[in-house]
Ligand binder design. Structure first.
Ligand code: ATP
Ligand code: MG
Length: 183
């Protein structure tokens, strides 16, 4: 599975619909300070089910919605669509019925987040598990926040183990076991 496209609409500074094609060989995004480079990475993390507002540099989740400027009014919703190439049919069970997966997350003021996978309504957990089983996701070690390297160096062994488990793609199993134990 490969990320092929990221579309944003009303997400943070991306007030107008923005279509980023993630082509083979893309190695970097450059631009002046404040142009939205970090917001792009946050959109990627968000559509994969990130639920910590702090990871989005906000106080609450609705802070990801375009807040308005002197010349443009605020938006009422934000939407991010991530397209995955699944031609090799390696998507986890339950999602493996098409050559592409389109994951949509939309947040509306006062109404929270809703998710879809290929037009089907799903829960946040379904999206999080989809990516956990594919060894990636909002907490994937492949997405490195500013300051995260020093956090890793200073982490306690238990926290460091969690990072290794995510890299190994087994964190979804732990979550399922935890849920089974609660039943
Ligand atoms: P740097 O090079 O400094 O790291 P960057 O390209 O990573 O910059 P970002 O941090 O992605 O820039 O973008 C910051 C911009 O996004 C700021 O101008 C900020 O005002 C804007 N922004 C963040 N959240 C919102 C929001 N909810 N509505 C409107 N604009 C927002
Ligand atoms: Mg930045």
């Amino acid at each position: 599975m490969r990320f092929t496209r990221l579309r944003l609409n009303g997400f943070k500074s991306f007030v107008d619909p923005t279509d980023l094609v993630i082509a083979d060989g893309l190695t970097g995004v450059v631009g002046p300070n404040g142009c939205g480079k970090s917001n792009l990475l946050e959109a990627l993390r968000w559509v994969m089910g990130e639920n910590r507002a702090s990871a989005m540099r906000g106080g609450g989740m609705e802070d990801v919605i375009f807040a308005g400027t002197a010349t443009r009014s605020a938006r009422h919703y934000a939407e991010v669509v991530l397209t995955l190439d699944n031609a090799d049919r390696r998507a986890p069970a339950g999602f493996n019925d098409a050559d592409a997966l389109e994951i949509v997350r939309r947040i509306t003021r006062d109404a929270g987040s809703a998710y879809k996978v290929n037009t089907r309504d799903v829960r946040a957990r379904d999206v999080q598990m989809l990516f956990a089983d594919a060894s990636t996701g909002a907490h994937s070690p492949a997405l490195v926040r500013q300051g995260q390297i020093s956090e890793l160096i200073n982490a306690k062994p238990k926290a460091r183990r969690r990072i290794l488990e995510e890299a190994a793609g087994i964190s979804g199993l732990y979550q399922r076991r935890h849920e089974a134990e609660l039943r």
